[in-house]
Design a protein around this ligand. Structure first.
Ligand code: KG4
Ligand code: ZN
Length: 337
């Protein structure tokens, strides 16, 4: 069975063809980063316009690389949200158009759950259930993942997301967007212990995190010091984010007696996070899984992977579904476990 995945929630226009929810026949990602970089972040209007300009070309390329035509596609899967509404609508309209005109089933997937499903594109995915953490530009969420259709959120950021903090601190340091990649690169030349930035929320129970205090701490540091090492600031800031993510995710595996952890989303591409989490997990006998870096950042193969399971479970979308910019947060209380 071939699923066509379409992803336009933010600044990547992506289309993929995936077989049986696992085998990638094609995975085309057109990044708009160059157009947003002059503004130091994603400009929603530019994102929507660029998606409109390129989506049909990206679709053609994905079909060509997969060696199929639209009539060979069995299911159309598209990101419904969360994301920028104008950007989401471009992918949704194209998906609806294809499904309606060719009479194909349509499924609408949650972008964050798709990030977690990216691990099933890898060779040795984990068995269910597992603890899942999505660390992206807009979210830092922790989940109890029962299966493809049941991902219960147990934690979130109270303010900025981890990726957002990377992007904002990079901007303060005059580094180019996207900040995560710039900070990671500069941090390699710095000392992660040079500045003791705060590790927010680590003394609090539960799985919520917060990064705006850390961001302010970097801003204050810059204000109060005339001579600075940008590399030391980048390394020390990255270390504080990584320590927070490692501590909270490992805490969940321990409290909930579930020694399997999947990290997903753009920030999961970070090498220092991978290194520290693997080291900590080894000590605590937890199996940690990361998708390949290109499947951590936004792509449509993850949308097709999850869409396949929605289809199998008969979770089809009707043609009147709309884009969702934000889903209501529904944290599952711990006593349900
Ligand atoms: O998942 P993603 O591609 O898009 C969203 O759904 O938001 O995540 C993008 C975020 C950006 O904030 C970017 O700075 C961050 O992921 N990011 C990284 C790295 N690569 C991307 N953060 C830290 N280290 C990286 N290597
Ligand atoms: Zn994403």
């Amino acid at each position: 069975m071939l699923v066509l995945g379409i992803e336009t929630s933010c600044d990547e226009t992506a289309v993929a063809v995936v077989e049986e929810g696992r085998r990638i026949r094609s995975n085309v990602v057109y990044s708009q980063i160059a157009f947003h970089r002059p503004y130091g972040g994603v400009v929603p209007e530019i994102a929507s316009r660029k998606h409109i300009e390129v989506i049909l070309k990206v679709l053609d390329e994905a079909l060509k690389q997969a060696g199929v035509s639209l009539k060979d596609i069995n299911v159309v899967a598209v990101t419904q949200g969360p994301g920028l509404v104008g950007a989401l609508l471009v992918g949704i309209c194209v998906a609806k158009g294809i499904a309606f005109s060719l009479n194909k089933p349509l499924v609408a997937v949650n972008h964050l759950e798709a990030h977690l499903s990216a691990i099933f594109l890898e060779k040795d995915p984990p068995p269910f259930p597992f603890i899942g953490m999505v660390v992206s530009g807009g979210h830092t969420n922790l989940y109890w993942v029962e299966d493809f259709l049941n991902m219960r959120q147990i934690g979130q950021t109270l303010d900025d997301a981890a990726g957002e903090a990377f992007d904002k601190v990079a901007k303060m340091l005059g580094l180019p967007y996207p900040g995560g990649v710039s900070i990671e690169r500069l941090a390699e030349k710095g000392n992660p212990n040079a500045i003791k930035f705060p590790r927010p929320m680590l003394d609090k129970a539960g799985y919520n995190v917060s990064f705006s205090g850390l961001k302010t701490a970097v801003a204050n540091y810059l204000r109060c010091h005339q001579v600075i090492s940008k590399a030391d600031i980048a390394a020390s800031f990255q270390e504080a984010v990584v320590d927070t993510l490692v501590t909270k995710s490992m805490q969940a595996t321990k409290d909930l007696h579930l020694p399997r952890l999947v990290m997903a989303g753009g920030v999961a591409a970070n090498k220092r996070l991978r290194e520290k989490l693997f080291a900590q997990a080894k000590q605590e006998n937890v199996a940690v899984y990361f998708p390949a870096p290109s499947f951590c950042t936004d792509n449509a193969a993850m949308v097709a992977a999850l869409g396949y399971h929605y289809f199998k479970a008969d979770k089809l979308a009707s043609f009147d579904f709309d884009a969702i910019s934000r889903y209501p947060t529904c944290l599952s209380p711990l006593d349900i476990f």
